[in-house]
Design a protein around this ligand. Structure first.
Ligand SMILES: NCc1ccc(-c2ccccc2)nc1
Length: 249
């Protein structure tokens, strides 16, 4: 069964990359049903106004609640005779961290709706309305502690991270296992032909055919890389054997 993904944004063209390559093919194959909605289609004034000044003062503008309410009503009503509900995901710098674990969780949902904020964000009553009146589960999700100009770029990243986990989207060619963050360690260095390039050799163990030694070397590299670059990811279960391992920066 396809996963349905709705995205509401004032910049629908920003989501055009979802028509390309992997996600695009998954859409053709009917594995992903991605629909992009222009928030301005749910305004009724001549200027298609979606924002206004913040109560309480402060810089910037706030997204008005009414267009969002009508956009969400449209999403919920479109091709939805059973009255099913999507999980609403709102990218924002103040959200819970987006992790591979959350991507896996979202990949199990039959229907996701993404709300792309712009300006300083969306009127808080939209979140309350979605939860209390529309009965939606609403998750505010952050891709990292930095501020973008809007949620569209974050949605592209999340749809790619989640979409590729939907069964059938990734062929067997692209392996899904042993990826960074799949089991909490960063990935090991990888090499391909030629074995000698630019005066630089591929680590001999990888040409040895000794699969036990290769697996050992790779695990040691993952531990060392994680210790060097992401010590926050290391925990007790990743006990090293104490031997030092040379790694690239
Ligand atoms: N964590 C990345 C991220 C996601 C969304 C936004 C954002 C900025 C302005 C308005 C609405 C959302 N910023 C950063």
């Amino acid at each position: 069964p396809a996963m349905r993904v709705d995205v509401v944004t004032i910049f629908p063209d920003y989501l055009a990359p979802l028509d390309l390559s992997l996600i695009g093919k998954a859409r053709e194959d009917g594995l992903l049903d991605v629909r992009v909605h222009d928030l301005r289609d749910f305004t009724h004034d001549r200027h298609r106004t979606v924002d206004d000044t913040p109560y309480g003062g402060g810089a910037g503008m706030v997204m008005k609640p009414q267009p969002w309410s009508e956009a969400l009503d449209h999403v919920l009503a479109q091709d939805n005779p059973s009255g099913a509900k999507p999980r609403l995901v709102v990218p924002g710098p103040g959200g819970q961290p987006f992790t591979q674990a959350l991507a896996r969780e979202l990949a199990r949902e039959p229907w996701l709706a993404f709300a792309c904020g712009r300006y300083e964000g969306i009127d808080e009553r939209v979140y309350d309305h979605a939860r209390e009146d529309l009965g939606l589960e609403v998750s505010v999700v952050s891709l990292g502690d930095y501020v973008l100009n809007g949620g569209e770029v974050a949605v592209l990243a999340m749809v790619e991270a989640v979409g590729r986990l939907v069964p059938g989207v990734i062929g067997n060619a692209e392996s899904l296992v042993e990826e960074s963050h799949e089991d909490g360690l960063l990935e090991y260095p990888i090499y391909t032909k030629p074995s000698s390039w630019n005066g630089r050799e591929v680590p001999p163990v990888l040409l040895s055919g000794n699969h036990g030694a290769i697996a050992e070397w790779r695990h040691a590299q993952r531990l060392a890389r994680t210790a060097a670059r992401r010590p926050d990811l290391l925990h007790a279960s990743h006990a090293t054997d104490g031997r030092d391992v040379e790694i690239s920066a």
